[in-house]
Each structure stands twice: as C-alpha cells, then as structure tokens.
Design a protein around this ligand. Structure first.
Ligand code: SAM
Ligand code: SF4
Length: 331
C-alpha cells in the first residue's frame, strides 16, 4: 500500500476535483467577464484518457472522492462517458458533478446510467429577470427542467449551490429555501470569494451565513445547526426545526475551513493545485503527454501535496488573488 497523501501539516488528502473545461454557456458576473473571455485552446485541454489515467494514479495514492467541475462540465461531449470511466476505477467511493444545469435535462439520464448519483446544480435565483442580470443569459427555464429531470431519475443527493453576494442575493434567500424544502433539495450558500474575473470582490460584498440563518429563521422557521458534523466537510449544515429541509453554508471567507482541507484540484489544462487560492501550480499535462511513468506522476502529486500551505490568506493584509479566476481553475 502506498503511503497516504499527507501534507506537511498532517492533513490527509482523499479528494480530487477535476475541471474538464474552462468554457461556459452562461456568464455569472462573479466568475466570468461578460465579453471577450479567453479560453484555453482545445488542444491544451486534457482528454478523457489523460484525465482517467491521472485519476487512476491519484486513487492509488488514496484519493477516494472525485468531483467533476469546470467551466461548465456538461459542455464536454459525452461527459457521461467520463463518469463511467471514473466510476469504474477501483477505490473511487464517491463521484459527483457540479454543473450550472443548463444542459442537464438532455444529459441527466445518460449521467444516471453512467453511475452518477450526486449532483450540485448552481442556481442563485428563481426569478427570470434576476437570473438574466446575474448570468447575462436567459437560461433559468432549462435549469429548472434539468433539476426536475434529476429528481425524476432519482439522483440523490441533489444540492443547489447559490453564491451569497451582499445587496444582491437577499431577495432570493426565502424563495430558494422554499423551493428546496418542497423538493428535498439542500440549498448551499457559498460566500462570494475573490475569484471573479473582473476584480469586483470586496469583503463588504460577502453575505454572511449568520445573516442568512437569521432571515430564514424569521421568515420560514428556525434553523438549527446539525450536531456532530464531519469536520472535513466544507459546508456547515443546518436543519429547519420543523424537520423539513436543510441548508448548508460554505463560509470560505468568514469561517475558513483550511485546517481540515482534504482537496487537490486538476485544472482543465492539466495543472495540479493544492488550493483554489494557490499562487503556484504544477504541470501535469507535460508529464502525461511526454511519456512520463506512473511513478513520475505519483511523485508530482506527492510533491504538490507536500508544498500545500496552511491556508488561504483572504483575511490577511497580504492577500493576493490567484492569477486565474474561478471558471479557469475549476470551482
Ligand atoms: N459551471 C458550474 C457551476 O456553476 O456550478 C461548475 C463550475 S463553477 C466555477 C463552480 C461553483 O463555483 C459554482 O457552483 C458557483 O456557485 C461557484 N462560484 C463561482 N464564482 C464564485 C465566486 N466568485 N465566489 C464563490 N463561489 C463562486
Ligand atoms: Fe459558468 Fe459556473 Fe462560472 Fe457561472 S459559476 S460563469 S456557470 S463556470
């Protein structure tokens, strides 16, 4: 058995997020610029064969959880084929997808047949005009169809990711929570992070979990923090006191969970990162395309984990945002 993937602070790494593309079919303003987005040329994007090989090697080193993301992963032709390949790797215990849901209705069945069960759909609002102003695309209807398709097929869990931006997200909090409660879908709020392409983030634009808890408790029914949560899970969980529905918070800015981080990330263009906010990354594609042995790729994974820092520095004066925005790293 190879030694586990421990970093220099003793954190065990068993979770790999794989970005399969930097392209997207909508333009969320806290992620992408509206115009003139520069995408990586297709020839620089890892093929499914390359991703599968990398994942096999990572799983041998102790990775058990994989999540596909992007850009928008459903833009990759036959993503279900990749799901089937990754799900067949011995040692993968958890395979999940994060998507904006625009293309989900047409692909949900193929994804389900390929073995996918866990899905996170990104949706900030149920209001068409507000959706248009956030994403600069009129796609709310297709996303709702995609969520319904997943429910009919039996995906479990289905979660909705909403970005918590102050002075923007407030009108959507109660309608989204009701939508989730009625459908058995957990709504997860992700604090707005300094990973937008246009440099608009500032601390005052982060809507804090405490404010959302207060609103939901007042308008729907009290939220209660779930006891004995997995300390390695990024979200803190709350349940409505009437037993119907739950809400998660990914409070990366106000309550960083770096000390329990278990994740590494592979970008679509083949770079390995030990943190969303890392200022350095390590080239995998050259190895994959240059005839490297599995042992050489293992060594790169180990050395990336060993170099991992204690945590992001958003809350320190010296914080420097990474040169790549969210869509390019893979959220
Ligand atoms: N396109 C897919 C989607 O939107 O779910 C997958 C990629 S997207 C980069 C992954 C997640 O990042 C989304 O669910 C969205 O909620 C989150 N996200 C994007 N920009 C963000 C930002 N600046 N701060 C916090 N979360 C962000
Ligand atoms: Fe696309 Fe996801 Fe970024 Fe929105 S958050 S622009 S859906 S990659």
């Amino acid at each position: 058995m190879p030694a586990p993937l421990l970093d220099s602070f003793g954190r065990l790494h068993d979770n790999l997020r794989i970005s399969v593309t930097d392209r997207c079919n909508i333009r969320c303003y806290y992620c992408m610029p509206e115009h003139a987005v520069e995408f990586v040329p297709r020839s620089e994007i890892l093929s499914f064969e390359e991703i599968e090989r990398f994942a096999r090697i990572a799983v041998r080193l102790g990775i058990t959880k994989l999540r596909l993301t992007g850009g928008e992963p459903l833009l990759r032709r036959d993503l279900a084929g990749l799901v089937a390949r990754l799900g067949a790797i011995e040692g993968v215990r958890d395979l999940a997808l994060t998507t904006n849901g625009v293309l989900l209705a047409g692909q949900a069945e193929a994804l389900y047949r390929a073995g996918l069960r866990r899905i996170n759909v990104h949706l900030d609002t149920l209001d068409r005009e507000r959706f248009l102003s956030i994403t600069r695309r009129d796609e709310l209807g297709r996303i709702l169809e995609g969520i319904e398709a997943c429910r009919r097929l039996g995906f479990q869990p289905i979660k909705i990711n909403a970005v918590a931006v102050k002075n923007l997200a407030e009108p959507d909090i109660v309608p989204l929570a009701r939508f989730g409660r009625e459908r058995g879908i957990e709504i997860r709020y992700i604090e707005f992070m300094p990973l937008d392409a246009q440099g608009i983030w500032d601390r005052d634009k982060v809507l804090l979990a405490g404010d959302i808890v207060a609103t939901l408790s007042r308008e729907i029914c009290p939220l209660i923090e779930v006891p004995d949560q997995d300390p390695r899970a990024p979200a803190s969980q709350y349940r409505f006191s009437d037993g119907i529905g739950s809400i998660g918070f990914i409070a990366s800015v106000s309550q960083p969970f770096c000390l329990n981080c278990n994740r590494i990330r592979l970008t679509a263009d083949g770079h390995l990162r030990y943190c969303l906010f890392a200022l350095e990354e390590f080239g995998v594609k050259g190895l994959l395309r240059g005839g490297a042995t599995d042992g050489e790729i293992e060594a790169l994974i180990r050395s990336t984990v060993e170099k991992k820092w204690l945590g992001h520095e958003i809350n320190q004066g010296r914080f420097t945002p990474p040169p790549r925005p969210m869509y390019s790293i893979g959220g």
